[in-house]
Design a binder for this molecule. Structure first.
Ligand code: UDP
Length: 349
């Protein structure tokens, strides 16, 4: 039997983590092979290389080294580079994750060449079209062949846009990734000792969304909210390069927040595990806080992960309190990557 070739496009940190889970599942089968294309959107040791090394992701077959510039310039260059890769490798499927410029460029390049697209993390919506991520999600969903959603809310969102064909609820591949990393993280990470933190004795924060970093007043307000949580415990904030630049440029006051460089995934899972509270504008971290059963405050005015709010594990920073807590079943049992491959196998064109 000949193997179907999946060409996977990744470019940003959360995509490396999602790809680690799916790529591992692909390598465990004998009916698929994978070509990995890295657009270069995130490119340095701590935003890219560390994830490939720690999570055993194969070295990319192609690295387009495209980063920086405006959204249009970046997406345009990616479109051109990915198209070249598609013509060279002639895959049976193109697989894209999430909502970055790399996602949209991969989907658009494939759609124009009539290559079927699998969108993992389909159907998520913030309903805020000023977010670049929202534009990327909506457009990617509307050219995808298989729309694989981590949540039932995602399925409903797609139905509301008239999209029902090729839509499946598969669970969350980030949960697969976290389960895989958890034991290793507890056994091997020394980050708590390195930072003189104790289990349950600190809060963990991250900030990277353009809507928070690009407006000086807003960024100051976000940092003030984080610093308030630090009144009764230390707060550690692994800082995203975009946020570091904004803080320096805008002279944001950080008060007692402890800033560290971005960390690898194994250390991040350990930091999550030991935290008593998570404050974040990250999509991934909101769910990971739930996976670790830690309460989360989302530093945004809306979220795509509404089940985390409804089940009492997450609240928007504008909300006074958490709702009563209950378990979330949507994210699955850590078998979402296998479910992705099952949907591709089962697809009849
Ligand atoms: N992450 C990490 N190191 C860090 C910060 C985040 O490994 O210093 C991980 C985090 O645990 C999650 C992913 O990166 O799995 C989230 O990425 P990000 O917040 O950049 O993107 P988003 O999820 O908002 O798309």
């Amino acid at each position: 039997m000949s193997r179907a070739t999946i060409l996977t496009v990744v470019g940003a940190r959360p995509q490396f983590i999602k790809a680690a889970a799916v790529s591992r599942a692909i390598r465990a089968t004998d009916d698929f092979s994978e070509i990995l294309v890295h657009t270069g959107q995130h490119f340095d040791q701590m935003m890219s290389d560390v994830f490939f090394e720690e999570l055993d992701i194969p070295k990319p077959d192609e690295n387009l080294a495209i980063h920086g510039g405006s959204h249009g310039a970046m997406t345009g260059q990616m479109l051109e580079g990915i198209e070249r890769c598609l013509l060279r490798h002639k895959p049976d499927w193109v697989l894209v994750y999430g909502d970055t410029n790399s996602t949209l460029a991969g989907a658009l390049a494939a759609a124009k060449l009539h290559i079927p697209i699998v969108h993992v993390e389909a159907g998520l919506r913030s309903f805020n079209r000023r977010m670049p991520e929202e534009i990327n999600r909506v457009l990617t969903d509307h050219v995808s062949t298989l729309l694989l959603s981590p949540t039932t809310v995602g399925i409903d969102n797609l139905a509301a846009e008239g999209v029902t064909k090729g839509v499946h609820h598969v669970g969350d591949v980030m949960y697969d990734a976290m389960l895989h990393a958890q034991k290793r993280s507890r056994d091997s990470s020394t980050i708590l000792a390195d930072l003189c933190l104790t289990d349950g004795g600190y809060a963990l924060a991250t900030v990277h969304r353009a809507e928070n970093t690009d407006d000086p007043v807003r960024l100051q307000s976000v940092m003030n909210t984080i610093a308030e949580a630090a009144q009764d415990r230390p707060v550690v904030l692994p800082i995203h390069p975009r946020t570091r630049q904004a803080v320096e440029r805008q002279k944001t006051r950080l008060r007692s927040i402890r800033i560290i460089d971005p960390v690898g995934y194994i250390d991040m899972v350990r930091l999550l595990d030991g935290a008593s509270l998570v404050l974040t504008d990250s999509g991934g971290l909101q769910k990971e806080a739930y996976f670790a059963r830690r309460p989360c405050v989302t530093l945004r005015d809306e979220t795509e992960w509404t089940e985390t709010i409804d089940h009492g594990w997450n609240r928007l920073w504008t909300a006074p309190d958490w709702k009563p807590r209950s378990e979330i079943v949507d994210y699955g049992t850590g078998q979402a990557a296998e479910a992705v491959l099952g949907c591709i196998r089962g697809h009849r064109g």
